[in-house]
Design a protein around this ligand. Structure first.
Ligand code: ADP
Ligand code: RBF
Ligand code: MG
Length: 274
């Protein structure tokens, strides 16, 4: 695995020195000062392949920039693009695949060994925490989909939300006066509805007799299921969300995930996450 950047070698080294284990993860590092021309020229990638002793045609480039995609294709390599800005997919048409985040990278699609951390359709993560009073959403969940989502305000969560890509996640939900429930949620712009704002939409996997707007809801998010997607019809969107529910329900019984049911954050009644 090589790191091939348009930055100068010294800048790359200095930058990654702050990330534990990154330097050791790459057997080759190439900066733009080590070749004649930087991206979009293919030189950096060709040099990286040469030092790895690999054929360009059997190399896979993972890129976040448009000029990097162009450089990778010019080098005769396969290119997966991970755009650094959402809703910019159209600028990356030259790539062989555009994914929303590195969570969606599937090495086996490219003849590489698969990641080993996926388990029963889910990708475990360190738990992360959000909470607050249940707010009014766009009034669509129950009415249009038959799937109520207890929306949380995104205000005050810009750090957590920028750390975690949009997508479908699952975990545990605590309602201060009611209990702890399994939960599956979408975070993002809901491509089917093409929302202008990012929303947090947790579906609590329990039948309630009444609404619980303004009640304190705390979430412990323990894993990832899939990127948000668009769908050809409302029926196919609904079917997919029910599939997500089954994946989450089953996964949350695994010890790996069920242990977080007892997380004290689910019982605390303050209004700030951690
Ligand atoms: P909104 O657009 O205001 O979020 P929804 O149609 O999505 O409206 O309904 C969400 C509301 O339904 C929640 O705020 C909550 O009060 C209630 N509700 C009832 N059952 C559930 C459930 N199982 N999961 C989430 N919310 C539920
Ligand atoms: N909306 C989408 O447009 N695309 C999705 O892939 C998607 N996945 C969802 C997954 C789950 C588990 C839930 C609860 C909702 C999902 N929705 C998705 C969001 C749904 O559109 C949202 O709840 C409604 O817009 C109601 O506000
Ligand atoms: Mg809702």
């Amino acid at each position: 695995m090589a790191l091939a950047s348009n930055s100068h070698r010294a800048t790359i080294e200095s930058k990654i020195s702050y990330q534990h284990g990154w330097k050791e993860s790459f057997s080759v590092i190439v900066g733009s000062d080590e070749v004649r021309t930087g991206k979009p020229s293919p030189d950096i990638f060709l040099e990286a392949a040469k030092r790895l002793n690999m054929e360009p045609s059997s190399s896979l480039v993972i890129e976040d920039s448009v000029i990097g995609v162009v450089a990778g294709k010019a080098a005769g390599m396969e290119v997966v693009a991970v755009p650094s800005l959402p809703k910019q997919t159209h600028r990356y048409i030259a790539a062989d695949e555009v994914i929303n985040s590195l969570l969606d990278l599937r090495p086996e699609k490219w003849g590489l060994p698969p990641f080993q951390d996926w388990i029963e359709g889910t990708l475990p993560s360190e738990p992360w925490y959000i909470g607050g009073p249940v707010v009014k959403g766009l009034g669509r969940g129950s009415k249009v989909l038959g799937i109520p989502t207890a929306n949380l305000s995104t205000e005050g969560y810009s750090d957590v939300l920028s750390e975690h890509p949009s997508g479908v996640y699952f975990g545990w939900a605590g309602l201060s006066t009611r209990g702890v429930y399994k939960m599956v949620m979408s975070i993002g712009w809901n491509p089917y509805f093409d929302n202008a704002e990012k929303t947090i939409e947790p579906w609590l996997l329990h039948e309630f007799d009444e609404d619980f707007y303004d009640e304190e809801l705390h979430l412990v998010i323990v894993g990832y299921i899939r990127p948000e997607a668009n769908f050809p019809s409302l029926e196919t969107l609904i079917a997919k969300i029910h599939e997500d529910r089954k994946v989450a329900e089953r996964a949350l019984d695994l010890p790996l995930y069920s242990k977080y049911r007892d997380d004290p954050y689910l019982k605390i009644t303050s209004s700030k996450g951690q």
